[in-house]
Ligand binder design. Structure first.
Ligand SMILES: [Zn+2]
Length: 123
């Protein structure tokens, strides 16, 4: 299952983020996926808890947003939004466009639990 390996890579990233920020548990993860990333948000949602089990991201909430598909026009040089089934320049309608973004998966933000309380507060 493709989405499981995507989630496993994501969890590795989360462990690195946590480790460099005091090692707190991951509470919330915001991801942005391009419409042409080849990743299905619902499948990611289902695979994430499996990949996160027993890691710092165990029990974390995953919020997935869909990124805009942006193209650069080779004819007029404009940059515009496009649709996956309609990859045309928004300015001149040319089909000679190059995708600038839309096939990526970005880790947008990570919220970590407050690191372990200071000794004085544990009394
Ligand atoms: Zn154009």
């Amino acid at each position: 299952m493709h989405e499981l390996s995507v989630c496993q890579a994501l969890v590795q990233q989360l462990e690195a983020v946590s480790a460099s920020n005091g090692g707190g548990a991951v509470e919330l993860v915001r991801l942005r996926i391009g419409p042409l990333s080849g990743v299905e948000a619902p499948l990611l949602q289902r695979a994430f808890p499996l990949a996160a089990a027993g890691t710092v991201a165990d029990g974390a909430e995953l919020v997935i947003g869909v990124a805009d598909l942006v193209v650069h026009c080779n004819d007029c040089g404009a940059r515009s939004d496009a649709l996956p089934n309609r990859m045309l320049c928004g300015a001149c309608n040319s089909f000679r466009v190059r995708m600038v973004s839309g096939d990526e998966m970005l880790l947008e933000s990570v919220e970590l639990a407050t690191p372990a309380a200071a000794p004085a507060e544990m009394l």
